[in-house]
Write a protein that binds this ligand. Structure first.
Ligand code: SF4
Length: 225
């Protein structure tokens, strides 16, 4: 029933819980939370630190690696809106049935299995199945893919859009890669626009993100004592 938590980030509208540890080893990961560590605590215990008037984002790291603790935390939250940001690998039918009221942001790092394995160290079959299940079970969700020039670029994103369309009417968000080491470079706006155009051939809802602000307005960080 425990989870490993790095910290809570609280801004004007949202509380983000940063879980520690991840089952992927993405080459482009910039999250310090992918390392194990953080504070081990009960989901119930953590819920007491989360202000009830804010939406909650559960992120990491990977929040699903301690399933029971995650479910205990979700059960304790009274928020109208809880968002789970996940790589999807552990999101099986049983877990999806237990989080029906949660909004899910699921990453699809690559459709090509070899590319996915090279980039994350893991197979993508579970992730593709999780996307199908989320759709079939009617959850509120979107798929995110990071545009990484020379690695996951327009043709791969078009293939992802084609796959999503074969499942159903699914929202796709194209995220801008933030350079880590010398893996790749920051994508141009024109490249993201081209990927969006290709995605829109198959899907009605294709969006992109301007780089995530690391400090939303009024943000403060709480290290859980
Ligand atoms: S799934 Fe996310 S946190 Fe985990 S290694 Fe990949 S980018 Fe990092």
């Amino acid at each position: 029933m425990t989870i490993d938590v790095s910290y809570l980030a609280i801004s004007d509208k949202r509380c983000t819980v940063q879980f520690a540890g991840c089952n992927f080893r993405c080459r482009g990961c910039f999250s310090k939370e992918r390392q194990k560590g953080g504070k081990t605590m009960r989901g119930k215990e953590l819920a007491a630190y989360i202000p009830p008037d804010k939406e909650v984002m559960l992120a990491g790291g990977e929040p699903t690696i301690n399933r029971e603790g995650l479910l205990e935390l979700i059960d304790e939250l009274e928020q109208d809106r809880v968002i789970l940001s996940t790589n999807g690998y552990l999101l099986d039918a049983e877990l999806i049935d237990q989080i029906k009221n949660v909004t899910v942001h699921i990453d699809l790092k690559a459709l090509n299995p070899e590319l996915h394995r090279w980039y994350t160290g893991m197979d993508n079959r579970n992730v593709l199945e999780a996307i199908r299940l989320l759709y079939e079970k009617g959850l509120d969700f979107e798929v995110s893919t990071v545009y990484i020039p020379g690695i996951v670029d327009a043709p791969e994103i078009e293939a992802i859009a084609r796959f999503l369309a074969s499942v159903g009417d699914i929202a796709l968000k194209i995220m801008r890669y933030v350079p880590v080491g010398d893996l790749s470079r920051r994508p141009l706006d024109s490249e993201i626009e081209e990927a969006m155009k290709r995605g829109a051939k198959y899907l009605d809802n294709v969006s992109s993100s301007i780089e995530n602000r690391s400090h939303p307005s009024g943000e403060r960080i709480i290290i859980v004592p």
